[in-house]
Structure formats: structure tokens, C-alpha cells
Write a protein that binds this ligand. Structure first.
Ligand SMILES: Nc1ncnc2c1ncn2[C@@H]1O[C@H](COP(=O)(O)OP(=O)(O)O)[C@@H](O)[C@H]1O
Ligand SMILES: [Mg+2]
Length: 289
């Protein structure tokens, strides 16, 4: 295909040999299949829309604050610079997260560098060698859904042990290859220890996965892994091998029905005795009068 402008520098540098195809685009990025280092890889570039909305925000401020055209020109210049900086920081966060998670043993695409604002990474593929489907693209059997759910929860735990919460985990950001789920799209990954929203984001991530897999295995809808994971994390007891129950704050002790009925019977007898005693003393009072 024709080489997209943003990939041209990487082609010129010999990092990309060929641009093969463009994948269905997600929310914020354009992802291309490229031939690089003798294999197919993905090249992720952020979309223009992000720049537009950023520029609009800057323009909105300009309308209120700019006093003269000279200042306006300076701000326009600064905004381009600022936007580039912001985009760079965003992409850096994703590359950092990928390296960190890959070395922590989380299944993410292996990163192959970050050049000129383009993230090069392993292409996750299906059995035929095509880009792997997202969870959203597949229909699962109940058993499969339970297995993948367990695997994803395991990855969430591993990520948290590595200090990160995905922050945008959904059926659109998990791919499925022959070995199971692979987590993608991490520019917004948050620092679990340093971000006040981390617990909330973890809960949203985990609940999204519950809702998705629960479509195929409804009993998963009864689970509550998020609070359990976070409680273990906060008390310093979370490990990649932590045994999770899927229950939290629900009393799971089995009720002994016979025992319970005996307690109720005792209470009833006690009450009857109490009433009888009351009646007797009232009778005594009446007799005295
Ligand atoms: N490493 C990869 N291997 C295969 N497909 C990928 C890979 N990374 C991204 N994709 C595809 O590109 C789409 C967009 O990528 P993503 O990182 O989710 O960006 P965003 O959702 O912000 O646009 C994904 O939904 C997925 O289909
Ligand atoms: Mg995405």
C-alpha cells in the first residue's frame, strides 16, 4: 500500500521494509501491519483527531486570552509544540508499560522500539497469520469464556504486581491468539501506587471483563474479583500466584440449617415462657386486688 506520511521516516531509515495493510482503527490510533526486521509487526500511530481536539481546546483559550496577533502566533507555535510533547508523553507511557509488562510476564505485544512517534511492536496473529481478533469479534463457549476470564484476571493481577492498572480494559483491547488473551492499548495505564483513581480503574477494568465473559458464562456475573484483588494489593499480599476466590465481603460460610432451626425453636420457647410468666404475674396481681 501507499506509505502513510507518518511512517515515511521509518521507511527512510530502513526500520520498516514495507507497509502491508492498515488494520481496522480503534478509538485513538491508526495501526498498520508492516514488514520489519524480517517479520510482520504492527506500527501504531496516533490519529489526527487527537490533534484536532487538542487544538480546539487551545483555540478556545486563545479566544479569551490573546490580546494581539503576535501573542497569538506564539501560542499557535507553542500549541503545536505542546501537542507534540503531549502526544510524545502519551506514547512514551505506552512503550514504557509494554516493556515493563513484558518483563513481568504479562502477555502483551513485544515492543520493538519507539521511533519518530511510531510504536513498533509484535503483531499478534491468528492461526492463518492474520492480525488476531479482539474479544469483541469472537463468540465463545461457556468453558472457553471461563478459561479466558481466569487468564485475564491473572494478567490483571500480574500487571498490578508490576505496579500498573490498565485503565481502559475492555473487549476491544484484548486480542485472542492460539495461546489465549493478549492485552493491548496501554497509553493510559496508571501507576497503581501513585494514582488516586487506581482502585476505581481496576474495578472498572475487572468489571468490564466480568460483563463481557459473563455473556457466555453467566455464573461469572456473580463474581467480585476487583475488590478482592485490590484488598490483597493494599495489604501487600498480592502475588501473581495469589489464590483468588471471586468473592468479597460476602459471607461464604455454609449455614447449618438444623442448627439455625434449633436456635429459632429455642427463641420461640423462651418467648412462650416469658409470655406465660407475664400472664401468671398479671393473674397474681388481679388475685391480690
Ligand atoms: N500488536 C497488535 N497485533 C495485532 N493487532 C493489533 C495490535 N495492536 C493493535 N492492534 C489492532 O489495532 C486496533 C487499535 O489499536 P489500539 O492499541 O487498541 O488503539 P486505539 O484503540 O487507541 O485506537 C486494535 O483494536 C487491534 O485490532
Ligand atoms: Mg483500543
Amino acid at each position: 500500500m501507499k506509505i502513510p506520511k507518518r511512517l515515511q521516516p521509518l521507511v527512510d531509515d530502513g526500520l520498516i521494509d514495507e507497509v502491508v495493510a492498515q488494520l481496522m482503527s480503534g478509538k485513538e490510533a491508526q495501526v498498520y501491519v508492516v514488514r520489519s526486521g524480517g517479520e510482520l509487526r504492527c506500527a501504531k500511530v496516533f490519529k489526527e483527531a487527537k490533534q484536532r481536539s487538542f487544538k480546539q481546546a487551545v483555540q478556545y483559550q486563545e479566544g479569551r486570552k490573546v490580546r494581539n496577533s503576535r501573542q497569538g502566533r506564539a501560542m499557535a507555535k507553542k500549541s503545536r509544540y505542546g501537542q507534540k510533547e503531549q502526544e510524545q508523553a502519551w506514547l512514551n507511557a505506552e512503550v514504557d508499560a509494554l516493556y515493563r509488562l513484558a518483563s513481568a510476564g504479562v502477555r502483551v505485544p513485544r515492543p520493538h522500539g519507539f521511533v519518530d512517534g511510531v510504536l513498533l511492536m509484535e503483531m499478534i496473529h491468528d492461526a492463518e497469520g492474520y492480525a488476531a481478533p479482539r474479544l469483541d469479534d469472537v463468540t465463545l463457549g461457556a468453558e472457553e469464556a471461563r478459561e479466558h476470564h481466569t487468564r485475564v484476571i491473572g494478567e490483571v493481577v500480574r500487571m498490578l504486581c508490576a505496579g500498573l492498572v490498565h485503565g481502559d480494559l475492555s473487549e476491544f483491547n484484548v486480542l485472542l491468539d492460539a495461546r489465549g488473551p493478549v492485552i493491548i492499548d496501554l497509553p493510559q495505564a496508571v501507576d497503581a501506587a501513585g494514582n488516586n483513581s487506581a482502585a476505581m480503574m481496576l474495578e472498572r477494568d475487572v468489571d468490564n471483563m466480568r460483563a463481557y465473559f459473563g455473556r457466555f458464562a453467566p455464573e461469572l456475573l456473580e463474581t467480585d474479583y476487583a475488590k478482592e484483588i485490590w484488598a490483597l494489593y493494599e495489604s501487600g499480599e498480592l502475588h501473581p500466584e495469589s489464590r483468588l476466590t471471586g468473592c468479597f465481603a460476602h459471607d461464604t460460610r455454609l449455614v447449618d440449617v438444623d442448627d439455625l432451626l434449633a436456635v429459632i425453636e429455642d427463641a420461640r420457647e423462651e418467648q412462650a415462657e416469658h409470655l406465660a410468666a407475664l400472664a401468671r404475674s398479671e393473674q397474681d396481681d388481679a388475685d391480690e386486688r
